[in-house]
Design a binder for this molecule. Structure first.
Ligand SMILES: *[C@@H]1O[C@H](CO)[C@@H](O)[C@H](O)[C@H]1NC(C)=O
Ligand SMILES: *[C@@H]1O[C@H](CO)[C@@H](O)[C@H](O)[C@H]1NC(C)=O
Ligand SMILES: *[C@@H]1O[C@H](CO)[C@@H](O)[C@H](O)[C@H]1NC(C)=O
Length: 222
């Protein structure tokens, strides 16, 4: 989350070192330029400049544009944006973040849309901190990023359902345990991989790895 100028939200009661985090979201009705609906995991230090971990779903403004981002003890900048095929303001849809020592996976309605592997042994940064789960609705102060708010459409109302966490509380070192096999499966299966590849081919509209200079800056893009 960046430079929020105001809003409302909620967070988990405790921090988690890994887990599966689920939330059903119905976006504010159309024309929400400048208004961000977000569901994310975030470390204690909310200074996005340094040593910060964050895993984001962010609806930027309007029209079904969904941005994901990952901060891995750094400044983030790992945006991938997807154009959804449904109108997220018409009904509830299920958004999930899987955070495990092996990988981070984003799911929309059970389809994996992005997977970020723990490849620290190849010098690729990975989120390591215990994280809060949060959801919020807020006004962006970046008009370039999200557009200008048209207050004529206020109030902006988002609906959340079924906030559910199945995870390891901070400091519990509860992994590995067969009790958590649901979300500690180290890999996506072939069916899931195929779903993900198809989804990305048809819906990804921005990939930080394709931005100038990022192939060198981010080793995972090489
Ligand atoms: C990432 O993987 C390495 C093994 O390659 C492991 O030692 C490390 O603990 C993992 N990182 C996290 C945050 O779990
Ligand atoms: C919460 O998530 C876990 C893991 O996905 C699942 O087993 C459980 O049924 C869910 N609970 C609710 C109330 O949805
Ligand atoms: C990886 O993390 C280190 C230390 O936190 C940081 O200095 C570096 O800029 C990060 N790399 C990227 C690509 O952000």
């Amino acid at each position: 989350m960046v430079n929020d100028a105001g809003g409302a939200g909620f967070k988990s009661k405790i921090q988690y070192e890994s887990g599966l985090f689920t939330l059903r979201i119905k976006m504010p009705a159309k024309k929400t330029n400048g208004v961000i609906t977000a569901f994310y995991l975030i470390s204690d230090d909310q200074d996005a400049g340094v040593n910060h971990d964050e895993i984001d779903f962010e609806f930027i403004g309007t029209e079904g544009r969904l941005q994901t981002n990952i901060f891995a003890n750094d400044r983030g900048g790992r945006e991938q944006v997807f154009q959804l095929s449904f109108d997220p303001s018409e009904d509830f849809h299920t958004y999930q973040i899987l955070y495990t020592p092996q990988r981070i996976v984003f799911f929309v309605d059970n389809i994996p849309i992005r997977s970020f592997k723990n490849n620290t042994k190849r010098g690729i940064n990975f989120s390591t901190k215990s994280l809060w789960a949060e959801a919020s609705l807020w006004i962006s102060d970046s008009v370039v990023w999200a557009g200008a708010v048209d207050w004529g459409y206020a109030p902006f109302i988002v609906s959340f359902q079924d906030f559910n966490i199945s995870g390891c509380p901070a400091g519990s070192n509860c992994l590995p345990s067969p009790d958590f096999s649901l979300w500690t499966r180290p890999k996506l299966g072939p069916k899931q991989l195929k779903l993900m590849m198809n989804f990305r081919k048809n819906h990804m509209t921005f990939d930080y790895c394709r931005s100038k200079g990022n192939k060198h800056r981010y080793p995972e893009c090489a």
